[in-house]
Design a protein around this ligand. Structure first.
Ligand code: SF4
Length: 363
């Protein structure tokens, strides 16, 4: 295949692998993967993998951390206790078509249902890949009218699907329409494109978006193997064009649930000027029990990272509460005791130290 074609993001999307037979011609699929892929093809949550992202998968190893993120298995047909179709209650919090508001000053705008890859842990598996493609201007008109009428919403997150999987012209026109709402200060682009389709991050795209700053990019690197030279170049270009890049890592069983993998990922992101922002406890999405860890695993991992990895490389550990009631930050317990103005804490070395409040402070 000519290099120029492979480097073209449109070619990557056109040649994304979407059928079980195609997938089986590239990877040695297990019976569980074949059953999962056939079920995904027949109904429900489809799969789609760009040739680039597929090239990061180990063809012989079904436990490959990249492969586990995008290749369906028959475990997706199982429902665990607590699994939900819409774990963040987005349908209940829809304030206008394509607009979800769960916080006073923020709102989430659905711009498309299409993505470069369909992640098997996706919170929106109920809609992505099956919901009609990029939203038109008239589709988004009620959402924009709502934003104009609600000036306390200052921060709008463009999501989907993946907004950067849309054509540049469509993306820019949506960002401009949101930017034209006088009360909107910050616009965020929530995207896995730098991970799964870094060829999309081109100077032409960034030059078209740059006049619409402040624009933040919220991306989702989950494993250090995703930090290839192509992805690194995409992150560097974003930083060079003035886009702050914040990364959400979803904590996934068999992908990144060990401290060394996370430390390598977070340090790599910082080297490319992307800030590890959240380590997200995986949402209890229907059919993802095989990919989720316990909360204790997350707390233990944070305990191993804090103090051992530079503060700018350690994200906050977050549970997005089921039902859409908001995010809660969790941290390993470091307070040993607290009374009489003396707080005893445990350091990352396991040493207990007292901190004394000033004498005039009320207890
Ligand atoms: S790119 Fe985002 S919206 Fe699309 S499938 Fe992955 S997690 Fe879901």
């Amino acid at each position: 295949m000519p290099r120029a074609e492979v480097a073209d993001w449109r070619w990557q999307l056109r040649h994304a692998v979407r059928s079980t037979d195609q997938l089986a011609s590239v990877l040695d699929l297990t019976p569980a993967e074949i059953a999962g892929a056939r079920a995904a093809e027949a109904a429900g949550f489809p799969f789609s993998i760009t040739p680039y992202y597929l090239s990061l998968c180990d063809a012989q190893n079904p436990d490959c951390p990249i492969r586990r993120q995008v290749v369906p298995t028959d475990s997706e047909m199982e429902t665990a206790p607590g699994d939900m179709r819409d774990p963040l209650g987005e349908e209940a919090h829809e304030v206008a078509p394509n607009l979800v508001r769960r916080y006073p000053d923020r709102a989430l705008l659905f711009t498309t249902d299409r993505c470069a890859v369909y992640c098997r842990f996706c919170t929106r598996s109920r809609i992505v890949g099956n919901g009609g493609g990029a939203r038109s201007a008239s589709d988004l008109a009620p959402a924009l009218a709502y934003l104009r009428a609600q000036p306390e919403v200052r921060d709008v997150i463009l999501s989907g699907g993946d907004p950067l999987a849309m054509a540049t012209e469509r993306l820019v026109s949506i960002v401009k329409a949101v930017r034209d709402v006088p009360s909107v200060e910050t616009i965020r682009l929530a995207t896995r494109v730098p991970v799964a389709l870094p060829q999309r991050i081109q100077p032409e795209l960034l030059a078209a978006l740059r006049p619409l700053h402040p624009l933040w990019v919220m991306t989702h690197f989950n494993h250090p193997n995703e930090l290839t030279s192509e992805a690194g170049r995409a992150l560097e270009l974003l930083a060079d064009h003035g886009f702050p890049v914040m990364n959400h890592t979803v904590l996934l069983r068999g992908v990144n649930d060990d401290a060394e993998t996370l430390a390598t990922l977070f340090r790599g992101l910082v080297r490319h000027r992307a800030r590890p922002y959240y380590l997200l406890q995986a949402d209890p999405v229907r059919g993802t029990g095989h990919l989720r860890t316990s909360v204790q695993t997350g707390l233990d991992l944070m305990d191993q990272l804090q103090g051992h990895v530079s503060g700018i490389a350690v994200p906050r550990y977050i549970i997005d509460t089921p039902g859409g009631l908001g995010k809660v930050a969790l941290a390993p317990e470091r307070v040993v005791s607290r009374h009489g103005g003396v707080t005893r804490v445990r350091t990352h070395r396991g040493i207990e130290v007292d901190y004394l409040d000033p004498p005039d402070s009320a207890e």
